[in-house]
Design a protein around this ligand. Structure first.
Ligand code: FES
Ligand code: FES
Length: 158
């Protein structure tokens, strides 16, 4: 059933009339044009569709949009601030943490959520935290290096 859905999207209010059972993924991509959130498996297995809801990583392909009412949603398009890339975005570029880039938005937002919980993760904690986000190009080693570099920068270089 269509209803009015309101939430905060990338720091701004979003209001739309939509079937509230539709997934957040397709509302973001089709209704709101935010195609940085990717469709991979569509079943919660790959992490390509990862976004932040109240700063926690969620898989938008299995979340009905009604679950984000009055909550704060951040997509990859909302991570840069004042024209400046987030340290994770910068590190993925500098460390070449991607090949085709399809998994990258989900990887970055999952890593954001990981570093929020644990600002100083060990190598194995990064592997554990990221293991459910898949990269079909096999860029995992460079992705982990990028997350380590971003974590260091976010801690002020220590
Ligand atoms: S597209 Fe959502 S987890 Fe794969
Ligand atoms: S860079 Fe291609 S899927 Fe990860």
């Amino acid at each position: 059933m269509e209803e009015v859905v309101r939430f905060t999207l990338n720091g701004k209010p979003a209001t739309l009339i939509v079937d509230s059972e539709r997934t957040l993924l397709w509302v973001l991509r089709s209704d709101l044009g935010l195609t940085g959130t990717k469709y991979g498996c569509g079943a919660g297995h790959c992490g390509a569709c990862t976004v932040l809801v109240d700063e926690q990583a969620v898989r938008s392909c299995i979340v009905p949009v009604k679950q984000v009412l009055d909550r704060e949603v951040t997509t990859i398009e909302g991570l840069a601030r004042n024209g400046k890339l987030h340290p994770l975005q910068k590190a993925f570029m500098e460390k070449d943490g991607l090949q085709c880039g399809f998994c990258t938005p989900g990887m970055i937002l999952k890593a954001y959520s990981l570093l929020r919980r644990n600002p100083r993760p060990s190598y194995s904690e990064i592997l554990d935290g990221m293991e459910d986000n898949l990269c079909r190009c096999g860029a995992h080693k460079r992705i982990v290096e990028a997350i380590q570099a971003a974590a260091t920068e976010m801690r002020g270089g220590s």
